[in-house]
Design a protein around this ligand. Structure first.
Ligand SMILES: [Zn+2]
Length: 110
């Protein structure tokens, strides 16, 4: 399986976080053993550490799930909200990456 590209993951996560109301971002920090920092208004709130194993997509899904919890707690609303129903989408490992999934309609929103 492909190894995680932290820069790409951080860029995609930042893009998705742009749909939330508050100011959130994800960036790669550290040079020797880089991790993704999840920031709220520029301050690191938690670290997304991915072990470079075959299970990293699973780990990323769990990490995104943590980010989702923090954002929803901050916003006191669902994020990201399913465009079809009134519920939050679920970060799900699929085909070597993590997608936002609606369990009800089995639709994937990348
Ligand atoms: Zn839905």
């Amino acid at each position: 399986m492909e190894q995680p590209n932290l820069e790409t993951i951080a860029a995609l996560l930042t893009r998705d976080l742009g749909t939330a109301r508050g100011s959130y971002s994800a960036e790669v920090q550290g040079s020797v053993d880089p991790d993704i920092a999840f920031c709220i208004e520029g301050t690191t709130d938690l670290w997304l550490h991915l072990w470079h194993t075959d299970d990293w997509v699973e780990e990323l899904a769990n990490a995104v799930d943590q980010v989702q919890d923090v954002v929803m707690e901050h916003e006191a609303e669902l994020w990201p909200e399913c465009p079809l129903h009134r519920h939050a989408l679920i970060p799900t490992p699929r085909d070597g990456r993590v997608v936002w999934e609606c369990m009800e309609a089995e639709q994937v929103f990348a």
